[in-house]
Design a protein around this ligand. Structure first.
Ligand code: FAD
Length: 463
């Protein structure tokens, strides 16, 4: 009998597991993919909100695609419980799905706030496609509106940037005394705050929201702060954090910490149950411990490792790196790894542009970085990629550490000298290149609309 795989969740972790199983299995198995929503990528939602892509393009596969892969899809259906002792999952309509192995890729959910007004029309979290539709609907579609963001973290800012690009008036309220407290240190956050003020964004840090109340006029609201001031808004976005969806494994014997605990094969404490993506607490590249890194690259890598092992291979994961890269109203902000340390760092800052570069060292190895600079600056983007590569490959830089300390803007020479690029090329999850997946939604093909900078990025001839 063909092996039966059940995958819960059709986000990047579930989808990558599914394609990896099909790529690597020696005999064709049965795959059932269950998801409460549909197959789509949350990280594409900002482009939909900003009006840059139609709603259909957030989807990562249509019926024809799943049929081609011979995957049975149960979309719009929820798993109510996992019976790991009987190797079966139960859907919310009572249907039972038996499995030989199970992948839990249920992601995380946005948290709410215990304040008055969170249920008003036009107050929404922004984690799902449905939330994105609600935000667009509040205050009348895409036309100019005023939006207040509660929470100045990574996800809040991704949506804020989309709203700003759409031409909306935006405000952000943050309880900490700086924006992006889990992504930037205090000095770099100050540069971002000054930049935001210059772009017309209302920034309120060290501010606590007391309530959201109806304002004057149809659909209008006011975000009341504890200091007595109020922010007017047509829509309010709650972006105060996310939490892994662990409910399904309660009482199953699957061990949890911050997330579902997995080893370097993405296997949980129950051997035929795997977990991947935002819901999983897996190997951390830098600490050697385990961590929840709720970001897309981790979900993709986790999914591939889980899929490979479910397909019968023995694939081990080297661990995820915390990567945050963000366009904040045309200011590129990025941080990697142990960016918060300040004992052994190299620093360059220029407030007027602004530019900020912090490199964090452990001996002669880079273990963290913060970068701020103009979003369209190709040199800055190249440097960002090279620093990430140096951290990911944990390259010992020897004398190049001193060179970088003296010449912090010349990443290229240490990058070339350390051969980080060839080390990265060997770091494939499954030991082989992924096969071409083709276009997976309504036969869509890419439309080439290069912007004026395109040739400078990819051209092979001098301009
Ligand atoms: C607006 C937005 C922008 C983002 N931008 C970025 C970015 O720029 N860079 C980045 O690295 N990350 C970004 N992220 C985060 C990234 O999208 C997540 O880390 C990623 O989606 C996690 O993938 P996942 O497969 O683990 O979970 P998810 O994508 O959350 O998928 C989980 C799936 O499980 C389903 N599910 C849950 N419970 C059940 C159940 N009981 N039964 C059936 N199905 C269930 C859900 O419906 C969903 O389909 C962004 C997120 C959002 C919301």
């Amino acid at each position: 009998m063909a092996k039966r795989h059940v995958i819960i969740g059709a986000g990047p972790a579930g989808i990558n597991a599914m394609t990896t199983i099909r790529e690597l299995e020696s005999e064709e198995s049965e795959i059932t993919l269950v998801t409460r929503e549909q197959a789509y990528a949350r990280m594409v939602l900002p482009y939909f909100i900003a009006g840059e892509i139609p709603e259909g393009q957030v989807q990562t596969g249509d019926e024809a695609y799943f049929a081609r892969l011979k995957v049975k899809t149960l979309f719009g259906r929820s798993v109510a419980s996992v019976r790991s002792d009987r190797n079966e999952v139960v859907l919310d309509d009572g249907i039972v799905l038996p499995y030989d192995d199970l992948l839990i890729a249920t992601g995380s959910s946005a948290t709410s706030l215990p304040i008055q007004g969170v249920n008003l029309d036009g107050v929404t979290q922004l984690w799902t496609l449905e939330d994105a539709r609600s935000l667009l609907a509040a205050g009348g579609g895409r036309k100019r509106k005023e939006v207040a963001f509660i929470g100045a973290g990574f996800i809040g800012f991704i949506i804020l940037n989309a709203a700003w690009k759409a031409g909306w008036k935006v405000h952000v309220v943050e309880i900490a005394d700086q924006v992006l407290p889990r992504m930037l240190d205090r000095p770099s956050a100050s540069l971002v705050e000054a930049w935001l003020a210059r772009q017309g964004v209302g920034v309120h840090t060290a501010a606590k929201v007391a309530a959201i109340v109806p304002g004057r006029g149809k659909g209008k609201k006011k975000v009341q702060l504890q200091d007595g001031s109020a922010i007017p808004a047509d829509a309010v976005v709650l972006a105060t954090g996310i939490r892994p969806n662990l409910k399904l494994v309660e009482g199953t014997g699957v061990r949890t910490g911050q997330g579902i605990l997995v080893d370097d094969r993405m296997q949980t404490s129950v051997p035929n149950v795997y977990a991947a993506g935002d819901v999983a607490e897996g190997p951390d590249l830098l600490t050697g411990g385990r961590a929840v890194h709720a970001i897309q690259p981790t979900a993709v890598e986790h999914g591939k490792v889980a899929g490979a092992n479910m397909a019968g291979r023995d694939v081990r994961y080297w661990g995820s790196l915390l990567i945050n890269i963000l366009d904040v109203c045309r200011l590129q902000c990025a941080s990697f790894g142990a960016w918060g340390r300040h004992d052994d760092v190299s620093l360059v800052a220029n407030e007027s542009r602004p530019v900020y570069r912090k490199l964090v060292w452990s001996g002669d190895v880079l273990t963290g970085a913060i970068f701020l600079g103009p979003a369209q600056d190709i040199a800055m983007l190249n440097d960002l990629g090279m620093v990430k590569g140096l951290i990911q490959t944990r390259s010992a830089l020897g004398p190049w550490k001193r060179y970088l300390q003296d010449n912090p803007l010349d990443i290229r020479r240490p990058y070339v000298a350390s051969q980080a690029a060839s080390k990265l090329l060997k770091m494939t999850i499954t030991g082989q290149a992924s096969s071409e997946r083709g276009y997976r939604h309504q036969g869509l093909q890419p439309v080439a609309k290069p912007n004026p900078h395109h040739a400078a990025y990819v051209g092979t001839q001098p301009q």
